[in-house]
Design a protein around this ligand. Sequence first.
Ligand code: FAD
Length: 457
Amino acid sequence: MTDTSADLVILGGGSGGYAAAFRAAELGLSVTLIEKDKLGGTCLHRGCIPTKALLHAAEVADETREAEAVGVKAAFEGIDIAGVNKYKDGIVARLYKGLQGLAKAHKVNLVEGSGTFVGGTTVEVDGTRYTGKNVILATGSYSRTLPGLELGGRIIASEQALALDYVPKKVVVLGGGVIGVEFASVWASFGVDVTIVEALPRLVPNEDEFASKQLERAFRRRKIAFKTGVKFTGAKQDDNGVSVSLESGETIDADLLLVAVGRGPNSAGHGYEEAGVKIERGFVLTDDRLRTNLPNVYAVGDIVPGLQLAHRGFQQGIFVAEEIAGLNPRVIDESGIPRVTYSHPEVASVGLTESQAKDKYGSDVTTFTYDLGGNGKSQILKTSGGVKLVKAPDGPVVGVHMVGDRVGELIGEAQLIYSWEAFPEDVAPLIHAHPTQTEALGEAFLALAGKPLHVHS
Ligand SMILES: Cc1cc2nc3c(=O)[nH]c(=O)nc-3n(C[C@H](O)[C@H](O)[C@H](O)COP(=O)(O)OP(=O)(O)OC[C@H]3O[C@@H](n4cnc5c(N)ncnc54)[C@H](O)[C@@H]3O)c2cc1C
């Protein structure tokens, strides 16, 4: 058994792991990054990037169908799924190549294989031990299912949904969170008859109620069926289809059942528990500096409780690399992490929902909602929705919630406003280019500062 040492050993080469590797290398540390599959992890190969490529193809399909409404002659003839997949896979392949080049340029020692954390600061891969001065656990997450609901055949998770080589006729989507809503949106644009089943009372239940209402209204218009506040009780499949039963006694027949009920932490089978890493409900517990209970052992990404988002993983990876290098980075504010659901329309938010703000600051929280009906660019794009601001009593804006096509692109500004703890009066004098959708944010701040411009009273 050989022993190879480095300043930093990282187990898992997804968003969290590779970000830590690159930043640590930039800071002059020697890095060993262990990955059993492909550098880039879930986000690049089975998550963010391929789903957004599908959503873009879906957008093109919708635009083609609706071309006549803007005086353009075009005929929508259908979806060539092989062509869609080629486009999607091409993007992933290009980004993967770029990422491999970056790993090389950073002189990261990339070890291919399945690693086991054996305690101390050592990870073992196929009999070789890699010992770091520090170790980062970054093994990510997997698609969860419900008790008694086995994935297989016509019952699929997002991984299989991304790899479909046909367009189904009818799909039931179990789960009205981000992943379920995004796939429902894609399939509806591809002409699929979609029904979402969500046990909680509303779609995107982690978002502000305003966002759920707006999204539900848009989905109704798009004829995407959804049943909220209804529990799933079982599913049976045969050669012809899958039959999904609900607590209400209803059954829905479909070609496929997509299970999108969340992602579980991938923390079992890698030696964590055996080595004494503190784990709760499968998640690796850390303090706010991402230290586990074991000395010099950190954890980042989806295995750490909190938002399971790629950019959170990136930031956590950068944070730990800087922490190890002694730069004393600022603790990450989880509420300041932007959240985007890339459906048609999009939902984007940062900070607290109105109800979270009321729990924190009391009932004197103020809100203002600007309707995209007053925003020229949104009218040009034929999208509807709005921007809702949540303001602490005598305090800054603590939440921004937006619904509408392309509002995900506005979240950068919203995030800066939230993170600098801006008052409406700070933002109101800043000029937003006309006609852009950023004006909707500007108008909301003008109104909240007491000087509304394009607002009907
Ligand atoms: C369908 C879908 C869509 C998504 N869309 C978005 C989005 O639009 N925006 C966004 O921010 N987030 C999105 N996410 C979430 C995002 O993909 C995750 O938050 C992110 O990938 C988490 O990064 P991570 O590094 O923690 O884990 P992962 O990316 O899962 O990486 C973990 C890596 O560790 C490796 N590994 C595991 N065990 C071992 C072992 N024992 N030895 C060696 N290697 C191991 C795995 O092979 C994997 O490559 C999406 C997820 C899904 C499923």
